[in-house]
Design a protein around this ligand. Structure first.
Ligand SMILES: C[S@@+](CC[C@H](N)C(=O)[O-])C[C@H]1O[C@@H](n2cnc3c(N)ncnc32)[C@H](O)[C@@H]1O
Length: 387
């Protein structure tokens, strides 16, 4: 059995949707965290400061998990005893309700529900008090433990983030099909935008791309406003955390570029404006109501960058209005925005829409959004793609 994680030395996993590992890895490196890519995340090693930094600063990660240990497990009978060896008192503190996610692959134990029960028995044994298993859809604030068995090797992790990290605490209002904030951030990073030229989202919806761009350009940590699960751990170092916040606040800078959003739906524009207001970021973006297909060239700077998530339907063959929209969008990209760099999110199998756009784009990454496989397409003249 591996040595259980101690108070200051952790094996961690920053999770992300499969396909975004390169983007997450380069982002983590930019905040001093170096690790190993695995499918769906980056494994890294570090102390409390790395744990807090990853949670506070990562724009792309979904969660930061702490690996408690890995051991061989062949039967449910031996499970409670083995689970009881971990220092649950550190992570549960006084809380006696927990959420568990269990998965079994290619192992003698194949019943994930029974595995959850054994984990609860093991934790109760260690704490000498009964612990309740709560559905993981209830109570995001409750501790979340992950147990995964692959080929009879059991890995236990505890979630340090709490609510999923895309929940920044900045956004209050939404529209249909909003992007998760971590996906919007991944799109902006993968597009290569450096925060120095104008960024436009011509299909801005509730403003997720716009808000993420402002947070980046202003060096505001995405986790500045929220709470994290590690704050309830016994080893929570409030002084270290406050120091980290204090240092991050000093990095704040006024964005040096224009950040623009357009949407033809008045409700979407209202949502974006209300979100910006709620986040105290209204001064840093200009949001207009309008149809991007009808916008005039002189309303935009000569160069800049488009990062966007246009609408797409599931039955693409029959959706003539979408084909017309993409065709018109391609046309204005070739004219009004011909000196701009372009990054567009598009379903992987939306060949009809891509053809309609008639614009040279190449795939920079593929991931899943709302259960649909999507590609981030960027202009193909970019000969030196980072990702
Ligand atoms: C997929 S949603 C964008 C969601 C957005 N990324 C978010 O996170 O909220 C697409 C948006 O494009 C807008 N839209 C559709 N056609 C448009 C057009 N011709 N001009 C401007 N906006 C348009 C819709 O109103 C919708 O809000």
């Amino acid at each position: 059995m591996n040595k259980p994680a101690g108070l200051s030395n952790f094996q961690m996993l920053a999770t992300c949707p499969p396909g975004l590992e390169n983007v997450l890895s380069s982002e983590l490196e930019s905040i001093g965290i170096y690790g190993k890519k695995i499918v769906g995340g980056i494994e890294f090693h570090g102390d409390l400061l790395s744990l807090y930094t990853a949670n506070l600063w990562s724009r792309v990660a979904g969660r930061i998990l702490v690996r408690l240990g890995k051991f061989k497990l062949f039967s449910l009978n031996e499970a409670p005893e083995k689970f009881a060896r971990f220092p649950w008192e550190l992570y549960l503190n006084r809380c006696r309700d927990i959420r568990v996610r269990a998965t079994c692959h290619k192992s003698r134990i194949f019943h994930s529900g029974a595995l959850c029960q054994r984990l609860v028995q093991g934790i109760s044994k260690r704490l000498r008090e009964p612990v309740n298993l709560v559905s993981h859809k209830e109570g995001e604030e409750l501790p979340l433990v992950m147990v995964r068995i692959v080929k009879n090797r059991c890995q236990i992790s505890v979630d340090s983030s709490g609510a999923h990290l895309h929940k920044r605490g900045y956004k209050k209002f939404s529209v249909r099909a909003p992007l998760r904030e971590n996906l919007a951030a991944a799109m902006i990073i993968a597009s290569g935008w450096s925060g120095t030229c104008c960024l436009l989202d011509p299909f801005c919806g509730s403003g997720t791309v716009v808000m993420e761009a402002i947070l980046m350009a202003a060096s505001i940590p995405p986790g500045r406003r929220r709470k994290f699960a590690f704050m309830n751990w016994k080893n929570f170092d409030a002084r270290l955390w406050n120091q980290l916040l204090w240092r991050s606040d000093r990095l704040f800078t006024q964005p040096k570029c224009q950040i623009l959003g357009i949407d033809r739906d008045p409700h979407a524009v209202e949502s974006t404006l209300a979100n910006l207001e709620h986040a105290g970021l209204s001064d840093f973006a200009r949001i207009t109501r309008g149809d991007i297909l009808g916008t005039r060239r002189d309303t935009f700077p000569k160069t800049g960058q488009i990062v966007t998530n246009p609408p797409y339907g599931k039955r693409l063959r029959t959706n003539h209005s979408l084909v017309r929209l993409y065709s018109g969008f391609g046309q204005i990209l070739r004219t009004t925005f011909r000196d701009w760099k372009v990054s567009v999110l598009c379903p992987t199998d939306a060949h009809v829409l891509r053809r309609a756009m008639n614009f040279p784009l190449r795939r920079s990454c593929t991931f899943s959004h709302g259960g649909i496989k999507v590609d981030l397409l960027t202009e193909s003249w970019n000969k030196n793609p980072q990702f």
